[in-house]
Design a protein around this ligand. Structure first.
Ligand SMILES: [Zn+2]
Length: 302
C-alpha cells in the first residue's frame, strides 16, 4: 500500500548526510497519486532543508524526524522555486521558528504576486489541508548562483530556469549529487510558462555538463543522470518536428493549440517507453503545453 503523509525514503540517497523525505497527496481526489520530495542536507555548520512540501504540518512532521540530528548546527531553508507544492510548508518557519529562507529573486516576486494569493485562496477553498498555509517568501535571494560553503558539504545553488523563471537546482560537488527538483521528470518535464520554453533546453544542457554521478528530482520516485538526457532528447524531438512542420506550413496561433497533433508527436508515442506508472491526465496536458510552447517560440523567432 502507498504510504501517506510525510515519510523518509532512505533508499533514494547516495549518502547518509543527504536525507530524502516524500509527501504523498491522497487527501484531494484531483491530486491523488501525486508525490513531492524534500531534502535535508546534514553539513558541518548547517542543516539545510531544501523545499518545504505542501503545508506547515508537513514541515512539523519532517522536523520531528530530523530533530535529533540537528544539534547546534544552523538551520537553513532553500526554496527550489515558488510552486505551491515546494513552498507552502514555508509558513512553519515563522515567528519563533524563523530561519533564513534562500531562493531566487524572481521567486520572491512570484510569492508576493496577486496570482499566488488567488491560487492559495482557491486551494484553501478546496481542502482543509491548506488551511494553515500562509505565503512566506524567501528572505535571502540571488540571481545567478549562491554557494553555501560548509566544509565537505558545499551546496551550490544555481539558477536553472525553464520549468519556471525562478527555478534553481542544488549541486553538491563533493558528492557529485545534483538535486534537480522540477527541471526533469519522468516521463517528461513540464514548461509552465510559454515564454520560458527555450530556457528549459539550455538549462538541461548545462545540467548535463555537470556530469553528476547522482541525480534526484522532486516528482519521479527515482532519477538518474540518464533522465536529464532523456528529457533533453524529448524537448529536442519537439523542436525538430516543429521545424519540419514550419518548413511546410505556418500554423495560426489557434491551430497551435493542437501542437502535439500538428507536429505528429502524440502523447502515447512519447510515453511508450515509460518505466514507471505516472498520473496520465497531468502529463498528457503537460506534453500538449510543452509542444505548444516550443512551437510558438519557433514561430515567433525573428
Ligand atoms: Zn513540483
Amino acid at each position: 500500500m502507498r504510504q501517506q503523509g510525510v515519510f523518509e525514503v532512505p533508499t533514494m540517497s547516495p549518502d547518509p548526510r543527504v536525507r530524502v523525505f516524500r509527501r504523498s497527496l491522497q487527501e484531494i481526489d484531483e491530486l491523488a497519486g501525486m508525490e513531492v520530495d524534500a531534502y535535508v542536507v546534514l553539513g558541518e555548520t548547517y542543516v539545510t532543508i531544501l523545499d518545504t512540501l505542501v503545508c506547515p504540518a508537513d514541515m512539523a512532521a519532517l522536523m520531528l524526524l530530523i530533530e535529533p540530528e540537528i544539534g547546534n548546527r544552523q538551520l537553513l531553508c532553500v526554496n527550489s522555486h515558488a510552486d505551491w507544492d515546494h513552498t507552502w510548508g514555508n509558513s512553519y518557519f515563522r515567528g519563533p521558528r524563523r530561519i533564513p529562507i534562500l531562493g531566487h529573486e524572481a521567486g520572491l516576486q512570484r510569492v508576493n504576486s496577486p496570482e499566488a494569493r488567488q491560487e492559495l485562496a482557491e486551494y484553501q477553498a478546496r481542502s482543509p489541508l491548506f488551511r494553515e498555509v500562509q505565503s512566506v517568501p524567501p528572505t535571502l535571494t540571488f540571481q545567478t548562483r549562491l554557494t553555501i560553503h560548509d566544509g565537505a558539504m558545499t551546496i551550490e545553488l544555481l539558477h536553472a530556469p525553464g520549468h519556471c523563471r525562478d527555478h534553481l537546482v542544488a549541486w553538491l560537488p563533493h558528492l557529485s549529487l545534483l538535486l534537480t527538483f522540477d527541471t526533469i521528470e519522468e516521463p517528461l518535464p513540464c514548461i509552465e510558462e510559454r515564454a520560458d520554453a527555450p530556457l528549459l533546453i539550455s538549462t538541461l544542457e548545462r545540467l548535463e555538463g555537470l556530469h553528476a554521478h547522482y541525480v534526484l528530482c522532486s516528482h519521479s520516485k527515482t532519477a538518474t543522470p540518464v533522465l536529464i538526457q532523456e528529457n533533453l532528447a524529448y524537448l529536442r524531438e519537439i523542436v525538430q518536428r516543429s521545424r519540419l512542420l514550419l518548413a511546410r506550413q505556418r500554423p495560426t496561433e489557434a491551430e497551435c493549440e493542437q501542437a502535439a497533433k500538428l507536429i505528429g508527436y502524440p502523447f502515447d508515442k512519447v510515453v511508450a517507453q515509460a518505466r514507471e506508472a505516472f498520473p496520465g491526465t497531468f502529463y498528457r496536458l503537460a506534453h500538449e503545453e510543452n509542444a505548444r510552447a516550443l512551437l510558438l517560440w519557433l514561430i515567433n523567432q525573428p
